[in-house]
Design a protein around this ligand. Structure first.
Ligand code: 9MR
Length: 541
């Protein structure tokens, strides 16, 4: 930058107007990171990355598949080029990731690979890769996404582990095995457990219990406990409950480990479009999150965004980043840059996300779906995907009477698979109810999740809400219809009563794993334990 600005001012020329880089605003608090999506970046991408960020993560290049596609054949060229370019730009590099259930070569842990062999494959990969980048990365996501969503019993973290191939071939001790191998390979790098939806209380508790137990078991591996940090990915939406995010940061911090926000984005638009109101709401959410991050700056080491602009983001159709397709800063950028001022300026229009509301008619229909009473009920679309995979969608109708809520859902494009023993992996419909519309961070009485698959098998969360529930299901081709009768438990409904409500459609893959999730309103990913993102029904007589 030219240094003659004082002279220029004396000559009456205005100094150049510059926005302070995001990394400078937070330099006393934490590193500001973003992804390197591929080896060669455009000029605009390089500009945004190096101007505003002090740290980088390779979006894909350091995952197991690209680094060791065949056994013993390590391919470091691309990753090396990325790491070296990041370091040459004066930034820090973070490694992502040594063990994951995705983007990993099948030879490592496929059917037929013994436990011993799988352990050997896991340790060799983690140790070799960590060793290779030793001195060049500050930290590693050693293990990525190993805990189930909203686990039922987080006190038992082993029972909360995802049934991944690593789990199936090795068992729960694969967790400590991979951390120990990483520490061996690079004793200086900070070793992280990394996951999404850690604003979900149950998932956060399972992670907390896992890190606590393993650090108590291994208090001194090369001079310190085994696990150094928890990475909260932070794939958020306008419904994200910032208090839940804060609670989890506090909870992990209490373990004495550092916390990083590792993949921050906030989905807010649809079909690659972001309205002005959505852009402001998104800015407000970024601002509220950064206010929380600043408050916990002692605990937080790094805040990394997952996408240099909306165009290259993994969720580009929902415009989740701080820069638009032309690399212009969005309100989200200014929300992060100066949260307090942004919130004060935008409190009116943008502080709340638009919660969808459906008006519901009074009536007691037959559950077979043929009752003419359903005809006049307004349609509720269930077509916003939580997942990158755009699978089954549907539409719903709702009626109410003094005792029950009646829900009819027609699902399209289903593959009709229920081979997985876990009901949530099957093609199914879920209805979420928050009777007093309390929008609480955890389920209370009157809250519940009702799941029915295409074969009319029902499951409940909590199990106690089962009583009085009835359902029917009818499947034909790629379409199935589910009707439910759900008794009210804590309220006496009347004209004008507002009930928190949402619908989810789970789409299974032909292999029987859930591959898509479509919602009516709540895009937080936390509906199964947190009612704050639900839409609402207005009961009309
Ligand atoms: O952003 C990544 C995208 O380019 C890849 O196609 C995808 C493959 O699964 O992984 C994306 O990044 C993921 C990250 O590695 C782990 N957390 C979830 C991220 C978004 O899917």
């Amino acid at each position: 930058m030219p240094s003659g600005s004082e002279d220029s001012m004396e000559e009456g020329v205005a100094p150049p107007l510059r926005i302070t880089p995001l990394k400078t605003v937070y330099e006393d608090d934490f590193l500001i990171g973003n992804v390197v999506p591929r080896q060669y970046l455009s000029e605009d991408e390089t500009y945004v990355l190096t101007t505003h960020h002090s740290a980088a993560t390779a979006e894909n290049a350091m995952k197991p598949q690209p680094l060791q596609p065949d056994k013993g054949n390590f391919k470091f060229e691309q990753a090396d080029a990325i790491v070296n370019a990041v370091l040459a730009a004066g930034m820090k590099m973070h490694g992502h990731t040594l063990a994951w259930h995705q983007q990993s070569p099948t030879w490592m842990n496929e059917e037929g690979v013994s436990r011993e062999e799988a352990i050997e494959n896991l340790t060799t990969h983690a140790r070799t890769v960590a060793e290779h980048f030793r001195g060049r990365v500050i930290s590693w996501d050693v293990l990525n996404e190993a805990i189930n969503d909203n686990p039922a019993n987080p006190a038992d973290w082993r029972a909360s582990l995802r049934q991944s191939r690593w789990y199936q071939t090795i068992g729960p001790d694969y967790v400590e095995i991979v951390f120990r191998a990483a520490r061996e390979g690079d004793p200086d790098a900070m070793l992280y457990y990394n996951d999404y939806n850690l604003d979900n209380r149950n998932k956060a508790l399972a992670v907390y219990n896992m890190v606590k137990e393993l650090n108590e078991k291994y208090p001194n591996v090369g001079g310190r406990p085994l696990i150094d940090g928890v990475g909260m990915q932070g794939h958020y939406s306008l419904q994200t409950n910032v208090t839940n995010v804060e609670d989890s940061i506090k909870r992990f911090g209490s373990l004495g480990v550092e916390v990083s926000v590792t993949e921050l984005d906030v989905q807010a638009g649809t079909d690659y479009e972001l309205t002005e109101t959505q852009a402001i709401s998104q800015g407000v959410l970024y601002a509220r999150l950064f206010n929380v991050f600043k408050k916990y700056a002692e605990t937080i080491a790094r805040v990394t965004m997952w996408g240099l602009n909306d165009d290259s983001s993994w969720r580009s159709e929902r415009s989740p980043t701080m820069f638009d397709a032309e690399f212009q800063p969005k309100p989200a950028f200014f929300g992060a840059l100066n949260p307090t001022v942004f919130i004060a300026q935008n409190q009116k229009g943008g502080s709340k996300s638009a919660v969808k509301q459906a008006q519901v008619h009074y009536g007691t229909p037959k559950l077979d779906g043929n009752d003419a009473l359903w005809d006049s009920a307004p349609e509720i679309p269930v077509n916003q995907h939580l997942t990158a995979w755009q699978g089954a969608t549907g539409s719903a109708k709702v009626l109410w009477d003094d005792k029950n809520l009646y829900v009819l859902v027609a699902v399209h494009n289903a593959v009709m698979n229920k081979t997985n023993a876990n009901p949530r992996e099957q093609d199914s419909v879920e209805v979420f109810i928050d009777e007093n519309n309390g929008k609480t961070g955890a389920f209370e009485k009157g809250d519940g999740q009702y799941r029915v698959n295409f074969d009319n098998e029902a499951s409940f969360n909590p199990a106690s809400i089962k009583s009085g529930f009835t359902s029917v299901a009818f499947a034909s081709g790629a379409v199935y219809t589910v009707a439910m009768r759900i008794p009210f438990k804590t309220i006496k409904p009347a004209n004008g009563t507002v009930v928190g409500f949402d619908i989810q459609i789970n789409g299974a893959s032909p292999q029987g794993m859930r591959q898509s999730v479509a919602m009516w309103n709540d895009l937080s990913g936390n509906s199964a334990g947190d009612t704050s993102g639900y839409g609402t029904l207005k009961l009309m007589k």
